[in-house]
Design a protein around this ligand. Structure first.
Ligand SMILES: [Zn+2]
Length: 398
């Protein structure tokens, strides 16, 4: 048992408890009780004084690539799987230490994160809770070869069905599909659809049949509409939206935008160490991307939170960069961005029965910050404590 005493709580992220301060009791990996502040006593070694700290549900990073770390992909492609698995584990643990207690990996080489996630989820090794797609299913497209074994290519409804079943057989939690060109693929045009609607429908049908949700890499307007029509759960990036996209999202209960602002912001802020095609494409897209997010905010569309970590060096666990972009460039309030990264993501990823808010019976995945991140987003840099399933992984004697 552990008592987190006199913690400052965020009402929007805390269920069935009204006060601003409280004692949170954790046991057997779960949140057991939320009681009035300073009312619960416990032996000294079971008590953590949370005065001055804000306690939140653990952050959920909904789009990253543990098997990428922003280095030259040609050099990375020849690293042995065994080395890359160890690096994936290290990056997963770094994410956890920054408070990301759940992460979703949407694309690795050779499905290496599927087994690693299984080992973590079984408790064999410490790491965040992981959902993973393994390899990405993609039509044959410009630049795919650049990423070694990251793409499983499929080129007909039948091949998409087979590829989805293969990922399911291997133990993937999600199916990831390429719907448009990519910023990082040389020759790829981010706005252009690269998949036929029949192929996407076949993939969603095959995934749905075995209970797997689908995430689609999708920058462009037409492909975003195709995703919403086809029942894709998360439309990754969702960068170039027109009014019809906004209307379609607004009336959909099954498809959600999963924007990632930080790569574009980073490519433009530090162009000197990036390939030219990254920077050129980012220049074309950044204003449209921000406008689209403002439209989502004005329309009250539920959006997810993700960083696409892995695409530039130092991006893993650097979520503050994404929070800043959403607050400073789009105009979301700090609280809105925290809700996106916890409650919204849990609902969108369909794990809100276990995580996403502080509630009795939910998993004790918790993070605490010095100060008030719901008022000042920079407070997210001051991680004071991280608990994963009730175990302390950062702070307090560690
Ligand atoms: Zn990505």
């Amino acid at each position: 048992m552990l008592v987190l005493r006199n913690a400052r709580l965020i009402p929007e992220l805390t269920e069935d408890y009204e006060e601003r301060y409280g004692d949170v009791v954790v046991d057997e990996g779960l949140i057991q009780e939320i009681r009035p502040a300073k009312s619960v006593s416990a032996p000294e070694n079971k008590l953590i004084d949370m005065s001055g700290k804000t306690l939140m549900p653990g952050l959920i990073e909904a789009h990253l690539h543990l098997d990428l770390c922003g280095k030259n992909t040609f050099e990375e492609n020849v690293e042995p799987d065994s080395y890359r698995i160890m690096r994936c584990l290290r990056l997963a643990q770094e994410n956890l230490k920054q408070g990301y207690t759940t992460i979703r990996d949407v694309g690795d080489r050779s499905n290496i994160t599927i087994g690693m996630a299984k080992a973590i989820n079984e408790g064999m090794i410490m790491g965040p809770d992981i959902l993973t797609s393994g390899m990405i299913i993609s039509p044959t497209e410009m630049g795919n070869d650049y990423f070694g074994d990251m793409y499983a290519e499929a080129n007909s409804p039948c091949e998409f069905t087979k590829a989805v079943r293969r990922q399911y057989q291997l133990g993937a939690d999600w199916i990831k599909i390429m719907g448009t060109g990519a910023v990082m693929n040389p020759g790829g045009e981010p706005g252009m659809p690269i998949i036929y609607e029949e192929e996407l429908q076949a993939a969603v049908r095959a995934a749905d049949y075995v209970g797997l949700p689908v995430a689609v890499h999708c920058h462009g307007t037409e492909a975003i509409k195709m995703c919403i029509r086809s029942g894709v759960r998360t439309v990754e990036h969702s960068s170039i939206m027109d009014e019809e996209c906004i209307r379609m999202y607004k009336s959909s209960e099954t498809s959600f935008p999963m924007p990632t602002l930080s790569p574009m912001v980073n490519f433009l802020e530090f162009p000197e160490d990036k390939p030219v095609h990254y920077v050129e494409k980012a220049k074309k897209m950044i204003d449209i991307l921000i406008e689209g997010q403002r439209a989502c905010k004005e329309s009250g569309i539920k959006i997810g939170w993700a960083t696409d970590a892995g695409v530039y060096e130092g991006s893993h666990g650097n979520g503050i960069y994404e929070f800043r972009a959403r607050v400073n460039l789009v105009g979301f309030t700090p609280l809105e961005t925290l809700m996106q990264a916890t409650k919204n993501n849990a609902e969108i990823l369909m794990i809100d029965d276990k995580v996403g808010t502080i509630k009795c019976g939910k998993r004790a995945n918790l993070v605490a910050f010095d100060g008030n991140p719901d008022e000042t987003i920079e407070a997210l840099s001051d991680v004071a404590l991280v608990l994963k399933a009730g175990k302390i992984v950062r702070g307090h004697l560690l």
